[in-house]
Design a protein around this ligand. Sequence first.
Ligand SMILES: N[C@@H](CCC(=O)N[C@@H](CSC=O)C(=O)NCC(=O)O)C(=O)O
Length: 279
Amino acid sequence: MPELISEHACFGGVQRFYRHDSTAIGLPMRFSVFLPRVAPGALLPAMFYLAGLTCNEETFPTKGGAQRYAAREGMILIAPDTSPRDAGVAGETDAWDFGAGAGFYVDATTEPWRQHYRMYSYILELHALVLRTLPVDAERIGIFGHSMGGHGALVLALRNPDLFRSVSAFAPIAAPTLCPWGEKAFAGYLGVDPEAWSRYDASELMRMMQAPFPQGILIDQGLGDKFLATQLRPEVFESACALAGQRLELRRHAGYDHGYYFISTFMEDHLRFHRENLG
Ligand SMILES: N[C@@H](CCC(=O)N[C@@H](CSC=O)C(=O)NCC(=O)O)C(=O)O
């Protein structure tokens, strides 16, 4: 059972922070949950939010601005940390784009990362955990995220459409095998195997599929985002969706940068998108 670290009244519900011993990671992990007011016995739709580089389980509840809408619509919000912490790997806090705070939602296969850096499996473990411990409707779970977390959300959803029925992203790293952040992370966590890289690249996965999300995928991207051309590459994912016949709404917004002012501006649109998809 997860241990409740703190609980705060929020829009008629509660914002909670939990710690638990993760089997996938082999270490304690933290995650946050927004739980709206819920009638006894009722099961609610739930959203997983995966955050980006340098973030943790607090980033989304403190900066995302999602709770007001989630409270109104009766949606549970779950936000995990972005990597193991204090895993005892030499150099794990040396860089902000690799190691701690930068798990990239992959299961590492290389030494010394492979024992604990297993964020792909961790998200699946957390999915099962919240079904056991919170009033979540298993048929109505969606996933979204930002930047590294947008990449994670797309990959988790494309590989597990039975678990995550709806997917969207803010400024995702949309083609990680073609950008410096992804190249660094995948080389470090996965080694030189191109097959392994492809399994964690949303654009590569989409090219091999036939419209896995008929209700569509929503992506918002700021045009004032300094990472857009070099790291994010949404146009690669857009082409892959066209090839796969996947409906994609890729909205490009003049003036918005990569940060949480951008994300919170469009947060309600994403929650509404998922609410409508999940029913
Ligand atoms: N330190 C970096 C900037 C790090 C950064 O922008 N992190 C983003 C996610 S980037 C991709 O995953 C983020 O969400 N930061 C948290 C925030 O509150 O904005 C640099 O020096 O550029």
